[in-house]
Design a protein around this ligand. Structure first.
Ligand SMILES: [Zn+2]
Length: 369
């Protein structure tokens, strides 16, 4: 049992002050260090997430939600909380609890003198870092070119998506010919594989990314399946490409509602929003695996609405198990096997609202009015 010092701040928050030596199998993911939570003891996910710069962290597990401070990473605040003299630093802090009630079990462990060996962060190749930086830098311009490009408007129309819905969710477009100003820039080569793609912004709890769908070889009137056939020929661009890290196509995690509909594709999400679901109700995985610990504590129920093909069904039963293990209620809702489309975008295009009726029904059970 690891000794823990629990203090209550003046605002009534309970903070567990821990040492970096307490972190179980920590993984450095950039801004955050993720570790298995030694409070609730889950071994399935690294649900304890700590900001390296501030030392503050919390457990994403809905039943746990511990607030922690790693003392070595923020000795100033840790000293205040413990009502000890400040270490050698004249940093000030706004967190000055008035006589915190300290409950020690047993007396606080001596701070680790040795740095903890963190796993090496997964090294993202330089070109991928540059690619992501460039896309973030150009995001506004991609969004503007979506608005100006009639070809994209007719593509979206073909999928039953109004331009306004795409704009609402930050969708953009990079024309096949890069603008002259970009060509001059040495950055342009990193964007070559994004030319002619619709871009979707993605997020993880700490980072952002993009996924892009090519419109090359698409002509107005062509449907999704015909386009896919053309792209499957040798030498053609891949249908999708994404950055590293990638992430989910969704609103910010804090905005999530208590019930979430989980779909596979970005266009499935756009179809559901067009039909009247709210942006905070629908998450598209966009090729990134489900991470139960990404869901903030307010999320209680997941409507699992992956594709109806074999791959989707397999993924669905795996995810249902994983999400249930983390205490979430899972309601499976695959598209019906009625030949009217294997995903929600296709059903929306063919049948309109009727095509989505199983989702409406399941969602109404998951979040009673
Ligand atoms: Zn926990």
């Amino acid at each position: 049992m690891i000794p823990v010092t629990t203090v209550t701040t003046r605002s009534g928050k309970t903070v567990d002050i821990i040492s970096q030596a307490d972190l179980r199998d920590p993984l450095d993911t950039g801004i955050y260090v993720r570790a298995y939570c030694h409070f609730h003891g889950s071994d399935h996910q690294r649900s304890l997430s700590i900001n390296k710069a501030s030392g503050w962290g919390h457990c994403f597990n809905a039943a746990c939600q511990r607030l922690v401070l790693v003392s070595e990473w923020n000795p100033t605040v840790a000293a205040h909380l413990l009502h000890r003299p400040e270490p050698l630093s004249n940093q000030t802090t706004s967190l000055r609890p008035d006589r915190p009630k300290v409950r020690s079990t047993p007396p606080p462990s001596p701070l680790a003198q040795q740095p903890v060996l963190l796993h090496e962060p997964k090294k993202t190749p330089k070109w991928q870092q540059e690619e992501l930086r460039t896309l973030i830098h150009l995001e506004k311009r991609l969004q503007n070119s979506l608005e100006r490009t009639p070809l994209v408007h007719s593509y979206l129309r073909g999928r039953g998506i109004p331009l306004e819905i795409a704009q609402l969710t930050g969708v953009g477009y990079l024309p096949p010919e890069l603008p002259a100003t970009l060509e001059e820039n040495k950055r342009h080569w990193t964007l070559r594989r994004w030319a002619g793609r619709i871009s979707f912004p993605l997020i993880t709890p700490g980072e952002q990314g993009f996924i892009g769908r090519t419109l090359r070889h698409w002509r107005p009137g062509m449907d999704e399946n015909a386009h896919k056939k053309l792209l499957d020929r040798p030498g053609r661009p891949r249908r999708w490409t994404k950055t590293n890290p990638a992430g989910w196509f969704c609103c910010t995690f804090e905005q999530f509602g208590s019930s979430i509909i989980l779909v596979e594709g970005t266009f499935d999400r756009l179809a559901l929003l067009t039909a009247g679901f709210e942006p905070y109700e629908v998450v598209a995985l966009a090729g990134t695996s489900v991470q139960a610990d990404w869901f903030p504590p307010q999320v209680k129920t997941i409507v699992l609405a992956l594709d109806g093909d074999e791959g989707g069904q397999e993924a669905s039963s795996r995810m249902a198990e994983q999400l249930a293990l983390e205490g979430l209620t899972v309601l499976p809702c695959p598209p019906p096997q009625d030949g009217q489309g294997k995903d929600w975008n296709e059903r929306w295009r063919k049948l309109g609202l009727d095509g989505l009726s199983p989702l409406w029904e399941t969602y109404s059970i998951s979040s009673p009015p």
